[in-house]
Design a protein around this ligand. Structure first.
Ligand code: COA
Ligand code: MG
Length: 293
C-alpha cells in the first residue's frame, strides 16, 4: 500500500470542496458522512459521495478515497456502507467506536457488501477513531490480539470524548491537551504499535498556523506517529513534509544498515565514534520504509 501521511477531511455534501480532491496533494481524503454533515443533508451527502467514488474507479486513483461513516448507534452505518460500496472506497474511517468488537462488526458488513459489489474481498480498510467514547480507551490494548485484518491504523480524537463527558474544555491553562487527552493519545500510540499498525495524530485545529502545525507534527513523528488528519488543504503540505524523513535521515539510515550488513554477526556497530545496536537498526529500516525507499 502506498504510504499514508495525510488524511484530508472533506464534508461529503460540499460540491466545492469535493472539487479540490485532485489538487489537494493529500495521500488520502476522507469524504465525511458524519459530523461535518448536518442531519438534514445525510441522504444527499451519501449520494454525492457515492457518485464521487463511482466517477473515480480504484485503478486510476492518485489519492486514496476514504469515507467516514456514521457510528452504529445512529442506525445509519449500514445505509452508509450499502451506498458507498458501489464506489469501492479504499477505506472507511469509523468514528466513536467502543472497542475492537465495533470494528469487527463493521468488517463483517464490509465482507457482505464487498461480495455484493464485486470489490476484492478484504480490500476495504478500516481506520477507527478509538478514543471518542469514555469506554474506548480502556479497550485499546485489545487491538493487538483482535485479529482485525482490515485495520489500517489507529487514530484518536479529543472533541467527542470531551463532549461525551460534559467537559467544558480539553486543554489546560498552557493551551496543551489536558491530562485525560494526553493519556488517550499516548494509549492510542502504544496500542497501534502493539497491533503492528500506524498511529495517526489527531487534527490541528488552527488551520492558518503553519509553523505551529509543523512543530506539532514533528513532535508527533518523533514520538512514533506516522501521519495526521488534516481539516484544510493548507495543512496538507505541512503534514506530508513533517512525516517524511529528511534526506539526512535517509542517508544516515542507509549508513546504519550498511554497517550492520558489513558485520552480519554483530549486535552492535560503531559509526563516527558512536555505538549503534539492534534498536537503531530497526529504526533505520523504519526510516527507509517511511521514505518509501
Ligand atoms: N477540503 C477541500 N477544500 C477545502 C477544505 C477541505 N477540507 N477546506 C477549505 N477548502 C477550500 C474552500 O472551499 C476554499 O475554496 P475557494 O478558494 O475555492 O473558495 C478554500 O479551500 C479556502 O478555504 P477557507 O476560506 O480558508 O476556509 P473555509 O472557511 O471555506 O472552510 C472549514 C473552513 C473548517 C469549514 C473547512 O476547512 C472544512 O470544511 N474543513 C473540513 C471540516 C470537516 O470535515 N470536519 C470533520 C472532521 S473533524
Ligand atoms: Mg467527531
Amino acid at each position: 500500500m502506498s504510504r499514508l501521511r495525510s488524511f484530508l477531511f472533506i464534508p461529503g455534501d460540499s460540491e466545492k470542496k469535493l472539487g479540490k480532491v485532485d489538487e489537494s496533494g493529500a495521500d488520502a481524503v476522507v469524504l465525511d458522512l458524519e459530523d461535518a454533515v448536518a442531519p438534514a443533508n445525510k441522504a444527499l451527502a451519501r449520494q454525492m459521495v457515492t457518485d464521487f467514488l463511482k466517477a473515480r474507479p480504484r485503478a486510476g486513483r492518485t489519492v486514496q478515497l476514504w469515507v467516514r461513516v456514521n457510528p452504529f448507534d445512529t442506525g445509519m452505518t449500514e445505509d452508509d456502507v450499502a451506498a458507498i460500496m458501489v464506489g469501492a472506497p479504499d477505506g472507511i474511517m469509523q468514528p466513536k467506536i467502543d472497542g475492537p468488537d465495533c470494528v469487527a462488526k463493521l468488517s463483517a458488513l464490509l465482507d457482505h457488501y464487498e461480495e455484493g459489489q464485486g470489490v476484492p474481498a478484504g480490500s476495504t480498510r478500516i481506520l477507527p477513531v478509538s478514543t471518542e467514547t469514555p469506554i474506548a480507551p480502556f479497550r485499546l490494548g485489545d487491538f493487538a490480539t483482535a485479529g482485525l485484518t482490515r485495520l489500517a491504523g489507529l487514530t484518536w480524537g479529543a472533541e467527542d470524548l470531551s463532549a461525551a463527558m460534559g467537559a467544558s474544555t480539553n486543554v489546560g491553562a498552557d493551551g496543551k491537551w489536558a491530562f485525560t487527552y494526553q493519556l488517550v493519545r499516548s494509549l492510542t500510540l502504544m496500542a497501534a504499535h502493539a497491533a503492528g499498525v500506524p498511529a495517526y495524530e489527531t487534527l490541528y485545529v488552527d488551520f492558518r498556523d503553519d509553523e505551529g502545525l509543523r512543530a506539532s507534527c514533528r513532535a508527533a513523528r518523533a514520538e512514533g506517529f506516522s501521519g495526521r488528519i488534516a481539516i484544510h488543504p493548507a495543512q496538507v503540505s505541512g503534514i506530508n513534509d513533517s512525516f517524511s524523513p529528511s534526506e539526512e535521515e535517509v542517508a544516515f539510515a542507509r549508513r546504519v544498515i550498511e554497517a550492520f550488513d558489513a558485520e552480519p554477526n554483530a549486535g552492535t556497530v560503531g559509526i563516527d565514534g558512536k555505538m549503534y545496536d539492534i534498536p537503531h537498526l530497526k529504526a533505520a529500516r523504519r526510516t527507509l520504509k517511511a521514505a518509501g525507499a
